[in-house]
Design a protein around this ligand. Sequence first.
Ligand code: MTE
Ligand code: LUZ
Ligand code: MOS
Length: 767
Amino acid sequence: MPSIGQSIPHDSARLHVTGQATFIDDMPSMPGELLLDCAGSPIARGTIQSIDLTAARAISGVVALFTCKDIPGSNHFGPVLHDEELLAEKQVNYIGQPIVLIAAENHQALAQARKAIKISVREETPIFTIEEAIAQKSFVGPKRTIARGNLDQAIDSAPHLLHGSLKIGGQDHFYLESQAAIAIPGEEGAVTIHSSTQNPTEIQAIVAHILGLGMHQVICICKRMGGGFGGKETQAAAPAAMAALVATKLRRPARFVYTKDDDMKFTGKRHPYRADYSVAFDHDGRILALKADFFSNAGFSLDLSASVMERTMLHADNAYYIPNCHITGTCCKTNLPSNTAFRGFGGPQGVATIENIIEEIALYLKKDALEIRKLNCYGPAPCNVTPYGQLVENNHLPEIFSRLESSANYGTRRAAITKINQTSRTHLKGLSLTAVKFGISFTKKFLNQGNALVNVYTDGTVQVSTGGTEMGQGLNTKIRQLIADEFAIDFADVLLMPTSTEKNNNTSPTAASAGTDLNGTAAVRAAREIRNRLADFAAELLASSATYIVFKDSTVCDSRNPTKTISFKELCKLAHMERINLGERGFYATPGVDFDRESGTGTPFLYYTTGCAVAEVTIDRFTGQFDIDRIDLLMDIGRSINPGIDRGQVVGGFVQGMGWCTTEELKYADTGALLSYSPTTYKIPGVMDIPKIFNVDFIDNPDNTCNVAASKAVGEPPLLLGICVWTAIKDALKSPLELPATPEQILLQLTRARPKASAPPAAAMTT
Ligand code: MTE
Ligand code: LUZ
Ligand code: MOS
């Protein structure tokens, strides 16, 4: 039976729940191993005046204290620009920025040393907000534009024009395994690093750069992550480089595992945004022109902020055709940890902005927002071209809109909700259906490549190594399925090996939802080479021709004589005796993708993953608290390789997006210190917050043949559907709203709309 299409459990399902799956800090302590921590900047911005290590040195168990002076190679690194320092030299730019690296025999000595290190910093006025950064022209990376048509003319002649500004909050990744690395010294200065990273090659490169080694002297291995969500695309590098520094300097293994609190306080998050917009539209609600200026809070360095902003701008249209537009993006430099990749990668901020705009148009025209959405949805030419010039092909969005509208009984429920809102003095209901059209491919062309190593053994079992990393998303399971089917063998006879830079070179991060697309295709290509060789050999054995050889049920035969079979295992053994190569490396580069960021035009994406979701919410008029009564979700994820895993991705992604939109709020003190650095003050969705009714379905679309097994990437897109919970809240309140719509936010809007909480609902609040 083929593996593809089966809901085979995630490779770690059993191991995770029984505690057998090993994460970095589960690796047993090695003889002589040291533990690491940092003493960081006490303030958000300033110049280091003095560092006093005397007291810390005297603590028993403290083995070494390193500063920037101890770095043998370069202290400067970063994923795009080298604008970060591993250990700060003079200037510090956020609270907790590492200054002194501590290596100790035990946790107690580490904690004492961190307290005993005296760092004095001369304070400078910090910048924390987007508004402060704009006022002081504190930016990072270039300002970008994507434009088409004639904005001014379209605005001047349009019947209606609305302006607004949407404030969008950040989000903590809240992976269960904090940033972590273990480094083991090797011969002649070489080093092996076990890292919880989405990007082993970048760890390898940064460690080599910091230690002054060649990349060939550094190995980075990642067995699995306890979640990454984008947070380990770049920011696993600091602890890995610090562990490598200690390991090579002291010739002892070194382990750096952030505590949950420190991870939340000192690592980057989803970018907070401000989106200023003007939208022109006709009497029906057809969008004629959009001007959108996005500002992100990037934190102290560039990290991936320019790419994140680019994806925001490329998703400002979402599912809607906008004939005239002018979209700009500016990244603000502030004195906070550098914000980074997070599931959706800027897409959610762009999509939240346009979905908010559509709610505003509906409110203004006193129409149902769904009507406006359907009217503007991408469709046949000329309404099938994005602002950046990519054609929206094989577009199933109109079908998804109409199928979901009817399966969710949108019309009936709208009528019921309108009635309730007119009569209820205690509650307010909202209903909203939003869409997602997520572009699949890295927008940086060179990242769209993958390589894989497939080793077939003489007993017919197979090991596969790729550059892809497993973070819970099921990449390993899906690649096992692809390779099992390539050889027509049992899923159990294929294993995915830990990701290692020793096996796969120059790999891209596992990101942009393209892990299976890139690494799976590379692995299939390698396997196909081996299969072709085996087919030729089998043809000899069966006195046949390779064109007639079929692989089926762990055997091989001539299709014209199916009773005479050779087992796959026997075939591999015989092939080896005949000196046939049973190993191969496969390579894949996504064809046809190209985007010119200077002109803001091109075809950045191989295809789009699309879908819609509808949320119904009930708000308590007196407390601002809300319930999610029901979610209906319908997506096009092509031909699913593993429907069970994909469903998990969809539900998990949606709920993570819903958390961003509703309860997850980052609160800072005036000093720039994060106050909400643990689950007691930072509210992620819990199991009790899962919508009571949650209908998840997929359309049948076998046409995405441009991708492996006609599948579609699924990791990030469903997160953007969580936005429908926010628009449903906005639909209930019928007022401007910030994101996240926390109960405090909601209550604020309720009391603004109606001075007395106990007064009957105002007419303005009914449709
Ligand atoms: N699912 C789980 N369980 N854990 C994760 O860390 N990361 C998400 C998504 N799903 C993540 C996840 C992100 S940000 C991306 S880009 C994709 O998985 C990456 O994996 P893929 O490309 O193999 O889908
Ligand atoms: N990472 C990246 C990403 O470097 N480029 C991208 O386009 C991207 N998109 C989504 C998630 N991570
Ligand atoms: Mo995901 S944000 O592309 O790691």
